[in-house]
Design a protein around this ligand. Structure first.
Ligand SMILES: *[C@@H]1O[C@H](CO)[C@@H](O)[C@H](O)[C@H]1NC(C)=O
Ligand SMILES: *[C@@H]1O[C@H](CO)[C@@H](O)[C@H](O)[C@H]1NC(C)=O
Ligand SMILES: *[C@@H]1O[C@H](CO)[C@@H](O)[C@H](O)[C@H]1NC(C)=O
Ligand SMILES: *[C@@H]1O[C@H](CO)[C@@H](O)[C@H](O)[C@H]1NC(C)=O
Ligand SMILES: *[C@@H]1O[C@H](CO)[C@@H](O)[C@H](O)[C@H]1NC(C)=O
Ligand SMILES: *[C@@H]1O[C@H](CO)[C@@H](O)[C@H](O)[C@H]1NC(C)=O
Ligand SMILES: *[C@@H]1O[C@H](CO)[C@@H](O)[C@H](O)[C@H]1NC(C)=O
Ligand SMILES: *[C@@H]1O[C@H](CO)[C@@H](O)[C@H](O)[C@H]1NC(C)=O
Ligand SMILES: *[C@@H]1O[C@H](CO)[C@@H](O)[C@H](O)[C@H]1NC(C)=O
Ligand SMILES: *[C@@H]1O[C@H](CO)[C@@H](O)[C@H](O)[C@H]1NC(C)=O
Ligand SMILES: *[C@@H]1O[C@H](CO)[C@@H](O)[C@H](O)[C@H]1NC(C)=O
Ligand SMILES: *[C@@H]1O[C@H](CO)[C@@H](O)[C@H](O)[C@H]1NC(C)=O
Length: 429
């Protein structure tokens, strides 16, 4: 989407919310308190498997804000203040545009050619970081602000004040059917009232993804508003040992830049008690992307890998203070790839450059374990004999939305013209 179009939409969002305060208002006295604003009341604290020590950290917490160029974030006093407590990553990049594909990439190692924010459901034979964590009984959870109930799979949610604060497109794991269709797993996709209860009971998981609501993450507002939310939420938690202890690593980042015509560099800081004293208030100019969060976690717990971009050495450097301990060899990437490319990346969610979902490619990730093969994977359908991309919209009367869910893909393919089906089959065999 063009920048003017984005601005127009954000202006609309602001206009539509006249009843909602334009400056950040704290929903409770502290982030460790529950609030009616967070919607569904917590139904009790989460149960975790026993702690699995990592090589460097025992807990990894990512906090994602929205749509901000590196320079605008770097100019915010809140972030400058936080940077003195951690390692500022001066060459960390989102992987494409729009928002949603970045969230998909951060947990699944791929964004499947997606370039918009439509409803998608990734088939259950596509793996995520949760498969790797569950294999080693490493606990995980997501905390989604204003999500009405645990494991909620809806496209968005509108609060009683008529404002839509929660959106599925910023909830990475719910978009994967391997998580969404398993109730053991959906119970771990929790809201902020659960967060308050889980912190209070010292029962936070070992891998955590935090998504503030559309206003607090800067999406419908701006970076100053998002930094006000962060000022409310983070500093007191940094002092709370139920959240942050000397084995906790925290990544605070943005999904993508606001402007598409520059490369996708986003402001990111590593924080937490595990950051060595001598590395606080320093910068690290190693080239990282959202895929680095996967390879870093794989390296820390010596996990397997997803056989996706987490095994692509160019885009998956491990955070160097971790790599230094685990022995992972980072690549010195001097020619940073363009990660602002959108719409033309082939994949199963790109109808103009359609390639079916493929089996993972055996590779080496951040850890020494093997590539995870999800149940129901057709190993013959792999990158080595993948068909060339097909322009589905040119050949059939199917709608773009048709390929955006597993059920839709089946219906679409079976309802699609014989020409399309013929092309896909003939290039495969
Ligand atoms: C611990 O969890 C229980 C529910 O499981 C909740 O009632 C209680 O308030 C929590 N304790 C704290 C300190 O948050
Ligand atoms: C707690 O359970 C009630 C009743 O089943 C449900 O309405 C509510 O959404 C649940 N809360 C969460 C956060 O899932
Ligand atoms: C919420 O979902 C409805 C359709 O279910 C859609 O019309 C609306 O634009 C969505 N709002 C946001 C903010 O995503
Ligand atoms: C659901 O997830 C749990 C936890 O990973 C796993 O043990 C279980 O086998 C899964 N169930 C199904 C039906 O896949
Ligand atoms: C956190 O602890 C530090 C050092 O003890 C203190 O200076 C700071 O004010 C505390 N911050 C909050 C938000 O409690
Ligand atoms: C991507 O960013 C580069 C600058 O790094 C710019 O030259 C290019 O035009 C951008 N691409 C798009 C599609 O905007
Ligand atoms: C952080 O480092 C800068 C120099 O890079 C220095 O000017 C500043 O005083 C340091 N701040 C703290 C809190 O150590
Ligand atoms: C690895 O990443 C680079 C940069 O995005 C890309 O050009 C290359 O095609 C990727 N390799 C594979 C095998 O996906
Ligand atoms: C990847 O390795 C597994 C065994 O670890 C094997 O079954 C599979 O065929 C291999 N796939 C490819 C594409 O080489
Ligand atoms: C994934 O599962 C679907 C549904 O069973 C199947 O049609 C598809 O071929 C599978 N793809 C791969 C790559 O395993
Ligand atoms: C696996 O994919 C290949 C290539 O598309 C296909 O010929 C074969 O029928 C598929 N196998 C199953 C069990 O679906
Ligand atoms: C795909 O087909 C549509 C409809 O004919 C056309 O508008 C579009 O430009 C094509 N896309 C590509 C990448 O060729």
């Amino acid at each position: 989407m063009s920048v003017p179009a984005l601005l127009a939409i954000s202006a609309l969002a602001k206009g539509a919310s006249a009843a909602v305060a334009s400056t950040f208002t704290a929903p409770a006295a502290a982030p460790t308190d529950t609030s009616p604003f967070y919607v569904g009341a917590s139904n009790g604290t989460i149960t975790n498997s026993p702690l699995v020590p990592g090589k460097v950290f025992d807990r990894f917490i990512q906090i994602w804000l929205e749509n901000t160029n590196y320079a605008s974030a770097a100019s915010q006093p809140t972030f400058q203040q936080l940077s003195t407590q951690g390692i500022t990553l001066t060459s960390y990049y989102g992987v494409t545009h729009t928002s949603e594909p970045n969230y998909l990439a951060a947990v699944g190692g791929d964004f499947w050619g997606l370039y918009d924010d439509d409803f998608v459901a990734i088939p259950s034979n596509m793996s995520t970081i949760v498969d790797l964590l569950d294999e080693k009984s490493i606990s995980w959870s997501e905390y989604m602000e204003n999500m009405p109930s645990d494991g909620y799979a809806g496209f968005n949610y509108t609060n009683p004040d008529s404002y839509t604060y929660y959106v599925r497109k910023h909830n990475p794991l719910i978009m994967y059917d391997s998580v969404a269709q398993n109730s053991t797993r959906t119970a771990r996709i929790r809201n902020f009232n659960d967060f308050a209860v889980d912190v209070g009971n010292n029962s936070l998981s070992q891998w955590i993804f935090v998504t503030p609501n559309l206003r607090d993450d800067g999406h419908d507002t701006d970076v100053a508003y998002a930094s006000d939310w962060l000022t409310y939420w983070l500093p007191s938690l940094l002092n709370d040992t139920n959240f942050n202890n000397d084995r906790t690593l925290i990544l605070f980042t943005f999904d993508e830049t606001e402007v598409y015509t520059i490369n996708n560099q986003v402001y990111s800081i590593l924080l937490g008690g595990v950051i060595p004293e001598n590395l606080r208030n320093t910068t690290d100019n190693t080239f990282y992307t959202h895929y680095s969060t996967l390879s870093t976690v794989e390296s820390n717990w010596d996990l397997g890998n997803l056989g996706r971009q987490d095994t692509n050495k160019t885009v998956a450097n491990v955070f160097s203070f971790v790599a230094d301990v685990t022995g992972y060899k980072n690549l010195d990437v001097t020619d940073i790839p363009l990660l602002n490319i959108t719409e033309t990346i082939p994949g199963p969610l790109n109808p103009q450059y359609y390639v079916p979902y493929l089996a993972p490619t055996n590779g080496t990730g951040g850890g020494s374990g093997p590539t995870y093969i999800a149940p129901g994977t057709n190993m013959t359908l792999n990158a080595a004999n993948a068909p060339a991309p097909v322009n589905l919209t040119a050949n059939a009367n199917g709608s773009r939305a048709g390929i955006r869910s597993a059920e839709g893909a089946r219906l679409w393919i079976s309802a699609g013209s014989a020409i399309v089906v013929g092309i896909i089959v003939s290039t495969l065999v």
